[in-house]
Design a binder for this molecule. Structure first.
Ligand SMILES: NC(=O)c1ccc[n+]([C@@H]2O[C@H](COP(=O)([O-])OP(=O)(O)OC[C@H]3O[C@@H](n4cnc5c(N)ncnc54)[C@H](OP(=O)(O)O)[C@@H]3O)[C@@H](O)[C@H]2O)c1
Length: 435
């Protein structure tokens, strides 16, 4: 790459996966809007968004530009949209995108790992109708009526011998994990907003009761989506602990591509990237495919839940984008200030969710996680807003023993994920050598 121009030096680069619909599209819109209202005129933003086809890329690009023309007609030249293609369930495609980015971008300031699939096959309607009629808020926040097949695998990835790979696990976690590892050299060169950030998009539904450390791919469970999101939580929340560092820092954040990039990137690698965890609350999207009348019934039940006091029903994906965009765009000082009360009380990383008031006023809010409580703080929550927010029924205050168990789970998950990544990188190398 040529010497970066001064314009490139003042450019923020953010990658968003799965941008053609739902939350991903709104994350791109909101990134543009918030960037223009918070960053000086001398700075500009490049949003690299991924889809799975040229047609989706074109439609998305058109939609994003139309949004920008509508919301910020005079400043639209400061935001650039760059389409890229990746199928996260196809590791060859993940590798191809990673290479392209590493060889064409000067850096990445943040990556928002949004794309995902539910993998559901249907809904247990009697359970759903009964649950929604008798226990609305709980059932439309932590539903227990979605049905999913067990043991669904991705198509074969390469022409060489390879182990089975879970379909939901690969699309939601492992494809992103490989991508994040591969683009680490770019994240290490982030400088406008502090260290590069890996922003995971999880779900409020994720809880460790769906997760089995002996089955991290969720191949033996009938809740592979919830398992994949629980794994996402465990990885992100334990990513900065000393006990996971041999894998999460010394291995995951070291990439072979580093050697190549020294030669073509003028900025030296700086601080290690940081992992953050977000979720959008509950939004009306097509991740659960429903025919139109049922989709409207779903929206109506979400709205009633919000009116009855649920803090986790933004409904609109633009409001749902609040937490991931906060983590991707806010200054490092702001993000650290938001997490500071938890650190002060002996906690760690926070699961930031898009919370919403009855009137539709959104804000990023700390979400209680089984085994991690509020931001990893043992005992009573330290932030008043957390104490006041409606909790999941049956939620208990975090104990020291539970936290230790969660940290140990994190250590085992990081170890297994790194072993799997190394194994798959070797398989991909072998397949490339043969072709
Ligand atoms: N909606 C909610 O209430 C909610 C709640 C909690 C968490 N989330 C999370 O939010 C994220 C976005 O969900 P959404 O509700 O916006 O769903 P959505 O409208 O179905 O969007 C999913 C996006 O991911 C892409 N995608 C799916 N599989 C992919 C793959 N293998 N490779 C690359 N891209 C892939 C889709 O592309 P295609 O169009 O090509 O399939 C689409 O752009 C997901 O991670 C989801 O788990 C959503």
């Amino acid at each position: 790459m040529d010497q970066p121009t001064s314009e490139q030096q003042k450019m923020l680069y953010i990658l968003v996966t799965g941008a053609n619909s739902g939350l991903g599209f709104s994350i791109c819109c909101r990134l543009a809007d918030e960037f223009l209202s918070t960053h000086p005129e001398s700075e500009s933003l490049t949003i690299i968004f991924t889809t799975r086809s040229a047609r989706k890329a074109q439609d998305t690009s058109r939609g994003l530009k139309a949004h920008l023309r509508e919301t910020s007609p005079s400043a639209s030249a400061r935001v650039h949209f760059v389409p890229e293609s990746v199928d996260l369930g196809d590791l060859v495609s993940v590798r191809a995108l990673s290479r392209k980015l590493v060889h064409s971008l000067p850096r990445l300031d943040a990556i928002v790992l949004n794309a995902g699939i539910g993998g559901w096959s249907g809904i247990h309607w009697p359970k759903a109708i009964w649950g929604v009629c008798t226990d609305l808020i709980h059932q439309v926040t932590w539903p227990c009526y979605k049905l999913a097949p067990t043991g669904v695998l991705t198509p074969k990835q390469t022409a060489v011998d390879e182990p089975a790979l879970g379909s939901v696990f690969c699309a939601n976690v492992f494809g992103h994990y490989m991508l994040a590892h591969n683009v680490t050299p770019l994240l290490k060169r982030a400088h406008l907003n502090g260290p590069g950030r890996v922003v995971w998009v999880s779900s409020i539904e994720a809880t460790w009761k769906f997760f089995n450390v002996d089955d991290i791919q969720g191949l033996r469970t009938d809740a592979p989506y919830e398992s994949s999101k629980a794994l996402t939580d465990i990885l992100a929340l334990t990513s900065n602990l000393p006990s996971t560092a041999p894998w999460s820092v010394d291995s995951f954040l070291e990439s072979d591509a580093e050697l190549n990039t020294h030669a073509i990137h003028t900025d030296a690698p700086d601080a290690s990237p940081r992992s953050y965890l977000s979720h959008p609350g509950i939004c009306a999207t097509s991740i659960v495919p429903l025919i139109l009348p049922l989709a409207w019934a779903m929206v109506a039940s979400f709205w009633v839940a919000r009116m009855l006091g649920s803090p986790w029903h933004p409904l609109s994906t633009y409001l749902g984008a609040c937490a991931p965009v906060f983590l991707a765009l806010a200054s490092q000082a702001k993000v650290e200030a938001a997490e500071e009360p938890y650190h002060q009380a002996g906690g760690g990383r926070v699961k930031w969710g898009s919370s919403c008031s009855r009137l539709g006023v959104e804000s990023p809010a700390c979400t209680e996680v089984d085994g991690w409580g509020y931001g990893g703080v043992v005992g009573t929550p330290v932030v008043e807003a957390d104490r006041l927010r409606r909790r999941k029924r049956g939620a208990e205050q975090l104990t020291k023993e539970q936290k230790e168990e969660f940290e140990e789970l994190g250590r085992q998950c990081w170890k297994q994920m790194e072993e799997l990544r190394v194994q798959w990188d070797e398989i991909l190398d072998r397949a490339e050598a043969r072709s």
